[in-house]
Design a protein around this ligand. Structure first.
Ligand SMILES: [Zn+2]
Length: 106
């Protein structure tokens, strides 16, 4: 009695190459998974198998995005939160007819 067992393809197969003819726009094609993906949103790697396309097929992030990522957004949002809270406090004080007296008395 003989039977055949179908085994999955070995993992040592050749790394899939990006198809430049089929790559449209910023998408990259992974031949192993038959899948188009945008490396900008997947850390430059295929989301299924982790294959990374050659750097030539990767597009650099636009300059405004690089500049925006360098800004300290946590500090900016903290300052923005402080300003919003002060404005809210002033608005609530005005609604309650609370007089904000200057420090030198008035
Ligand atoms: Zn893949």
């Amino acid at each position: 009695m003989s039977f055949t067992v179908s085994t999955p393809e070995p993992a040592t197969q050749a790394a899939p190459q990006a198809a430049p003819a089929k790559a449209r726009g910023k998408k990259v094609y992974c031949q192993r998974d038959d899948w188009y993906f945008d490396p900008r949103y997947t850390d430059g790697a295929c989301p299924i198998c982790g294959w990374s396309p050659p750097a030539a097929n990767l597009q650099a992030a636009p300059a405004w995005l690089v500049r925006a990522q360098q800004l300290p957004w946590d500090v900016i949002f903290l300052i923005l939160l402080f300003v919003v809270l002060v404005v809210m406090g002033v608005l609530v004080g005005m609604a309650a007819h609370y007089k904000i007296s200057p420090p030198n008395g008035g």
